[in-house]
Design a protein around this ligand. Structure first.
Ligand code: HEC
Ligand code: HEC
Length: 397
């Protein structure tokens, strides 16, 4: 309670995590490490935690264009952000407009750099920052386990297809990393599963979201008005070494998902409905990791409530902006783990769906369409007691 009130008052001024008077118990937050980590792993975790919270200044290389000064600024407490921290991606008919400042709109600029103008007529897609815990578990699920849930031709006739987003990994991602190497790679991360590796996700976040170049992406994002001239940014590139990016990657890899809440009889009834209505076909309750050098990530049950696949969610949720193989109406099934704690980090407010347009779980379900149309109608037909059971179940995850 104390935590919620403090966050509500001070969230705007600082990352929630840093203003908590005392850390919440393990399992009750999004920022705890996997259990039983010691020695060197723990040291990397602590360093990565610092990196994640670190606010950059122009003297340290911030910008010239940027969206926020730190990772934590958009992923408070390692959870989701609010629409105020979101940004839109833009492209034109699948062309990422790399030479015109694409594929992301930076809404802030340091002194000396003109603000970013988006090319007229570009397709735009607004993205709410998703939570970042459990990334190591998601990374450690073998591709064949994810692909086993694909049904692109809907052979079982349930109206739900589900397919992978096959993407090209940038050359800088080492082939030794999951999602790295030549040829099509399975996309797992971000809202359209358009990113196959954590190194890509994090190096691009530094460069695009904060304007911080690294050994992986050593050149500033071209300014749409000023070309490759990094106006106003006097700091030599790369601004951070590869080691820093890799520490941050390791931090995300080692972040534990929160524990599930109490499964009351009402939540159990909701869980049964979740299966009967077909929610669980996309929001797959659990997958398993394969063998992994870090024991806490090896052969683990991952209760993420997502198949990590793309689904056509119909016209209401469509952004009309393709991304990799993903069409303008497809989205990666949003993992539902940690749903019960979402409000704790945003001053009691909750935001759901890719752009945060749903303020409640009920609204989020009512906005499902396309492949999820039948599930949504099933939910609408439940009547109030059944809906309350289902919402109670979601609130226990
Ligand atoms: C300006 C806000 C902002 C900043 C700063 C930011 N992110 Fe994000 N992050 C986002 C958004 C928005 C997405 C979703 C992007 C998409 O779907 O295209 C995202 C996605 C992610 C994901 C993928 C999560 C998933 O569910 O697949 C990870 C991991 C991540 N960010 C880590 C980081 C790290 C590490 C940093 C700092 C280096 C960082 N972010 C900085 C807004 C931000
Ligand atoms: C066809 C696949 C599919 C089915 C069936 C489905 N969902 Fe979803 N769900 C998704 C996708 C994809 C998203 C992400 C959509 C977006 O970001 O705009 C999502 C998002 C959500 C969210 C928002 C999560 C967040 O953190 O933003 C909730 C809650 C949710 N679903 C609950 C349910 C419930 C309850 C049911 C059953 C009544 C259900 N879903 C059925 C695919 C599905």
């Amino acid at each position: 309670m104390l935590r919620t009130c403090l966050c509500a008052a001070l969230l705007v001024m600082a990352g929630c995590e840093r203003i908590m008077t005392e850390a919440p118990p393990a399992g009750e937050d999004f920022a705890s490490p996997l259990e039983g980590m010691a020695g060197e792993l723990n040291a990397v975790f602590l360093q990565g935690d610092e990196n994640f919270a670190r606010p950059f200044t122009p003297a340290e290389g911030l910008g010239p264009l940027f969206n926020n000064v730190s990772c934590e600024g958009c992923h408070p407490g390692d959870g989701r952000g609010t629409p105020a921290e979101g940004f839109f991606r833009f492209s034109s008919g699948g062309n990422l407009l790399a030479d015109q400042g694409g594929p992301q709109h930076q809404d802030k600029n340091i002194t000396g750099a003109p603000s970013e103008q988006v090319p007229a007529g570009a397709d735009r897609s607004f993205r709410l920052p998703p939570p970042v815990f459990g990334m190591g578990l998601i990374e450690a699920i073998p591709a064949e386990i994810i692909l086993a849930n694909e049904d692109p031709e809907d052979r079982d006739g349930d109206g739900i297809s589900g397919r992978a987003n096959w993407v090209q990994a940038p050359d800088f991602v080492p082939a030794s990393h999951v999602g790295g190497g030549p040829g099509p790679q399975l996309g797992r991360f971000s809202r359209k599963a358009q990113v196959s590796s954590l190194v890509h996700q994090v190096a691009a976040a530094y460069q695009q979201d904060i304007g911080i170049t690294s050994d992986f992406l050593p050149v500033e994002n071209p300014h749409p008005q000023a070309g490759s001239v990094a106006l106003g940014d006097q700091v030599p590139d790369p601004e951070i070494p590869a080691a820093t990016v890799l520490q941050t990657v390791m931090y995300l890899r080692l972040l534990a998902p929160p524990a599930q809440g109490l499964r009351t009889p009402q939540a159990e009834r909701g869980e049964a409905l979740f299966g009967q209505l077909g929610c669980a076909t996309c929001h797959v309750p659990a997958m398993r990791t394969g063998p992994h050098p870090i024991p806490q990530l090896s052969q683990q049950v991952v209760r993420l409530y997502s198949d990590l696949l793309l689904h056509d969610m119909g016209p209401d949720l469509a952004d009309h902006r393709p991304d990799g193989d993903a069409s303008g109406s497809e989205w990666r099934t949003a993992p539902l783990w940690g749903t019960r704690l979402v409000g704790d980090f945003l001053g009691g407010k909750t935001f759901f769906l890719h752009d945060g347009r749903a303020a409640t779980l009920d609204q989020a379900i009512h906005l499902h369409g396309g492949e999820a149309q039948a599930a949504r109608e099933g939910y609408a037909g439940l009547g109030s007691p059944g809906q309350q059971d289902l919402l109670t179940f979601l609130g226990s995850l």
